[in-house]
Design a protein around this ligand. Structure first.
Ligand SMILES: NC(=O)c1ccc[n+]([C@@H]2O[C@H](COP(=O)([O-])OP(=O)(O)OC[C@H]3O[C@@H](n4cnc5c(N)ncnc54)[C@H](O)[C@@H]3O)[C@@H](O)[C@H]2O)c1
Length: 253
């Protein structure tokens, strides 16, 4: 699908990878809505790119529906959803203080997996009613998983489970939505230089970068955005998860 002129929804667009996706797609000529729970930061990114900000918790069905409807009223119905919002709460199954709190596990699953699904189901409902483009295509959804879905480290039980859920949804979602001409893909980044990573001491950032076989550095958010762009543009890509990790395989810790 050609990106210029399309209405695009970017969750987690207020920070890090999502903010770069919002900037990149806006620069490609899309009308971007930044959907994020951080109202102030979402507003700042939207103002910078001439887009729209929607203050929304992706886990809340009513808030998500309101955000998608508001975006559609301003930009027209979205054919592209890039789901980037996510959280990480570390913790071992059995920590020094006993078993991991069930609420902590449930919170990560709720935001990363159920929130991603919530946005996907609502955005797909809007896309399914649109006129088909070339090849009968109506929409594209790109979700964000992680290499932790395959090699979750010590203390990443909830995060790894939530991201494995996103991997598991990719093919059945593509199959479910095929009759509507909607493609579903996912990107599994390794280590990406986002504001959170950039607050780590330089030596630690370098050490992390050197754990990547090639190139020996953290990925740039722009490398994610460029893959998301290609996924949207290449109609034959569907139902697949692509690792973006420089051949990194995470060690146990
Ligand atoms: N940075 C990395 O190295 C890395 C590696 C692999 C995967 N990822 C994944 O990439 C995505 C983005 O990571 P990042 O490093 O840019 O993180 P980030 O913390 O900079 O950005 C995440 C954004 O999601 C938003 N968000 C969180 N919960 C939300 C909710 N319930 N509703 C709406 N918005 C919500 C936050 O407000 C924030 O703006 C995440 O899904 C993360 O798991 C990141």
């Amino acid at each position: 699908m050609e990106i210029a002129g399309q209405a695009v929804l970017v969750t987690g667009g207020a920070s890090g990878i999502g903010a770069d996706v919002a900037r990149h797609f806006a620069a490609l000529g899309a009308r971007v809505t930044v959907i994020d729970i951080d109202r102030e930061a979402a507003g700042a990114v939207a103002a910078e790119i001439g887009g729209l900000a929607q203050d929304c918790d992706i886990t809340d069905p009513a808030q998500a529906e309101t955000a998608i409807t508001a975006a559609s009223q301003v930009h027209g119905p979205a054919r592209i959803l890039i789901n980037v919002a996510g959280i990480l709460i570390p913790g071992r199954i059995l920590g020094r203080d006993g078993p991991l709190a069930l609420e902590a596990f449930a919170k990560v699953i709720n935001v990363n997996l159920i929130g991603t699904f919530n946005m996907m189901r609502l955005a797909a409902a809007g896309m399914a009613g649109l006129e088909p483009l070339a090849d009968g295509e109506r929409g594209v959804i790109v979700n964000t998983t992680s290499v932790a879905a395959y090699e979750g480290q010590i203390g990443q039980i909830a995060y790894a489970a939530s991201k494995a859920g996103i991997v598991g949804m990719t093919l059945p979602a593509a199959r479910d939505l095929a009759r509507s001409g909607i493609r579903v893909l996912a990107i599994a980044p390794g280590l990406v230089a986002t504001p959170m990573m950039l607050t780590l001491p330089d030596e630690l950032q370098q050490a992390l970068g050197q754990s990547v076989p090639f190139p020996q550095r953290l990925a740039a958010a722009r490398e994610f955005s460029r893959l998301a762009q290609h996924m949207v543009e290449n109609v034959m890509l569907n139902g697949e998860v692509i690792r973006l990790d420089g051949a990194l395989r995470l060690a146990p810790k």
